[in-house]
Design a protein around this ligand. Structure first.
Ligand code: NI
Length: 143
């Protein structure tokens, strides 16, 4: 099995807020991240595709194709946007890193399945909210 990763970055604002809970609960739970006037992050996303190289090309996935898929599916909709209100595929979720990696995975998986070599597929999406705070979604990893 070969793992191929492409990294990109984007800037976005968000607010952690559960509309089904009280303002007090939200302030206590999310602290500064509940700021009503939003706050921003310089996000780094890493997308890993796993499989065997195509015998004709030697590629698990053409990284130019992967770059384009990430641009179309993640960066164009999210870069310099408010993740709570401007991104249709993030509607109605609390934009924690945990929820973002799952949503990003589902945004990417179909296009990657079409572009990757036979028997290769999207393996994981990793999101660095800061250098120290990282979430990864890897639903097909063997346990
Ligand atoms: Ni935040």
């Amino acid at each position: 099995m070969i793992y191929v990763t492409r990294k990109a970055h984007f800037n976005a604002s968000h607010r952690l807020h559960n509309p089904h809970k009280s303002d007090d609960w939200n302030r206590q739970t999310f602290g500064k991240c509940n700021n009503p006037n939003w706050h921003g992050h310089n996000y780094v996303i890493e997308v890993t595709v796993a499989g065997e190289p195509d015998p004709d090309t030697g590629y698990v996935i053409d990284l130019g194709r992967l770059k384009k898929i990430m641009q179309d599916r993640i960066l164009d909709p999210c870069d310099h946007k408010n993740l709570n209100i401007e991104v249709p595929f993030l509607k109605d979720i609390i934009p924690t890193s945990e929820n973002l990696v799952k949503a990003f995975f589902h945004q990417l998986e179909d296009d990657i399945a079409v572009s990757a070599s036979e028997n290769s597929k999207l393996y994981s999406v990793k999101l660095f909210e800061t250098e120290r705070n990282i979430a990864e979604y890897c639903p097909n990893r063997a346990h």
